[in-house]
Design a protein around this ligand. Structure first.
Ligand SMILES: [Zn+2]
Length: 489
């Protein structure tokens, strides 16, 4: 730890807490300790916090009071995460329709921040969060997660993200302290292109040492560019990716070029840091002291470990607008084996995909996109892909494959891709392959691996899952966000 890191941790951060009336550092100390507790002890504190939240929701939040009464429930019926299936799922539509009734009428109604999700999934959402949850717990979770990636308070950073709000260079001491703690350089994702990369890479070399935070596709793009152009490589001491799933082939190339294996994290506007990789890189640890992350089937019941299901989030500290069993549209899997690192926090398989990621065949058969081995496209020299489906029975597979410059090389890639997909997609689907130089990000800056424009109301009602087993590591970008894009105050 450098002197600066020591000052940041023991002087700057506590001063910022004092100035803002927050206790982020106290939460951080607690979280750094509790990560090593046994799973049983973590479950016990989780249960205690859940009971307090449910009691609060029942007493002060009209929506929860109503749904609990309708089900004949009182707070005593929900004393641990195992009781959560007694409560209904909370969809974005329910939040939209009950926005006012979802907010606490009790004391926690004060100190709220308003936030919006990016809407890149076609589902923008307005929500409220307690200042306490975001500044005291969410921020502490983020600092702990960065710690797992070897990043200390006060370390320089370079973040590539979408339209960072131009924070005014405010002269107030709190803003100054925050800048000195973060020592961050912001780069806009839209500014990252082949034209701008030489300058960006030179800039990265100037600010060493630093850690890099960005979407995995952006880091992968930078790594590919360095590899192909032969430019000398900047050396971030750590790389943290978020906002999309970090795919295996991206991880490999990034590690190869930068000499450091990236860390993936799972966060969102609504709930900030939810899960992150530890140095074992064997999955993402759920921040279970603050967040209950359930993996459930269509009926809202838990799926067995190792089986994919819908992600439901219960944030134990958002008293302002409790989100209990919040269905965020992602799906994932709980790992079957514990992490070798010894942390008692549950482990999430790295696979994360949106639950709407289905591909429909001509007969209306529904294929779970996570079950299709898109990951293996990398072995054909494909650096990026996108599947666009406008009607059942047809997909456009867009590929970037830099080495496939000749017609025969393209035919080989195309044939290889069809062969890879045949076992999961079957034969009642037409696959059109298109080679492209570049796959665009959405206006929100996200890379969408599956773009489905299928009109669901036109589909046969008896559509079935073709394959619910995930293919290990591959996933579509989840609706997560790098911490830097979270709800702004
Ligand atoms: Zn671990």
């Amino acid at each position: 730890m450098s002197t600066y890191n020591w000052l940041a941790r023991h002087l700057l951060a506590p001063s910022l807490d004092l100035m803002r009336g927050t206790h982020t550092m106290r939460s951080l100390t607690e979280l750094e300790d509790s990560q090593w507790w046994s799973p049983e002890r973590i479950e016990a504190i989780q249960a205690e916090r859940l009971y307090t939240l449910i009691e609060h929701a029942y007493s002060h939040v009209p929506y929860y009071r109503r749904v609990m009464r309708e089900r004949g429930l009182t707070p005593r019926d929900i004393t641990s995460a195992a009781d959560l299936p007694k409560l209904p799922l909370l969809t974005k539509a329910i939040i939209r329709d009950n926005l006012e009734d979802m907010c606490s009428k009790g004391p926690a109604r004060t100190g709220m921040v308003v936030g919006r999700t990016s809407g890149s999934t076609g589902n923008p959402l307005l929500f409220y969060a307690s200042r306490d949850e975001q500044r005291n717990r969410g921020l502490a979770r983020a600092i702990r997660a960065r710690g797992w990636a070897g990043v200390k308070l006060g370390d320089r950073s370079l973040h590539v993200h979408v339209a960072p709000e131009q924070s005014r260079r405010s002269a107030n001491p709190g803003a100054w302290l925050k800048r000195e703690l973060e020592r961050n350089v912001d780069v806009e994702a839209v500014d990252v292109s082949e034209l701008t990369l030489p300058a960006l890479i030179a800039r990265m070399k100037r600010i060493e040492p630093f850690y890099l935070g960005a979407y995995p596709t952006v880091v992968h793009f930078i790594a590919s560019f360095i590899k192909d152009s032969g430019l000398s490589t900047p050396h971030p001491f750590s790389i943290i990716t978020g906002g999309e799933q970090l795919l295996d082939h991206q991880r490999e190339l990034i590690a190869d070029v930068f000499g450091t294996e990236p860390y993936s994290k799972y966060s969102s506007f609504e709930n900030w840091e939810m899960a992150s990789e530890c140095p074992s890189h064997s999955g993402m640890h759920v921040n279970a002291e603050d967040i209950i992350l359930e993996i459930v089937d269509e009926s809202g019941m838990p799926t067995p470990r190792g089986e994919q299901g819908k992600v439901l989030i219960t944030n134990l500290f958002n008293y302002g607008m409790p989100l209990i069993r919040y269905e965020n549209g992602d799906c994932s899997t709980l790992a079957t084996t514990p992490c070798p690192c010894g942390r008692g926090l549950p482990l999430l398989d790295n696979a994360l995909g949106r639950t709407t990621d289905f591909i429909y065949t001509r007969s209306g058969r529904r294929v779970v996109a996570l079950g299709i081995p898109f990951n293996s496209l990398a072995s054909l020299g494909v650096t990026q892909y996108q599947v666009v489906q406008n009607e059942p029975g047809h997909i456009l597979l867009r590929l970037t494959a830099p080495a496939a410059t000749t017609a025969s090389a393209r035919i080989a890639v195309e044939n290889g891709a069809r062969k890879l997909m045949l076992p999961s997609m079957g034969t009642d689907i037409d696959i059109e392959v298109e080679f492209t130089q570049h796959i665009e990000h959405t206006s929100a800056g996200k890379y969408l691996a599956i773009v489905s424009n299928v009109d669901h109301s036109q589909l046969p009602q008896d559509t079935v899952h073709a394959d619910r087993t995930h293919s290990g590591g591959h996933s579509h970008p989840p609706s997560t966000h790098s911490g830097e894009e979270r709800a702004r105050e």
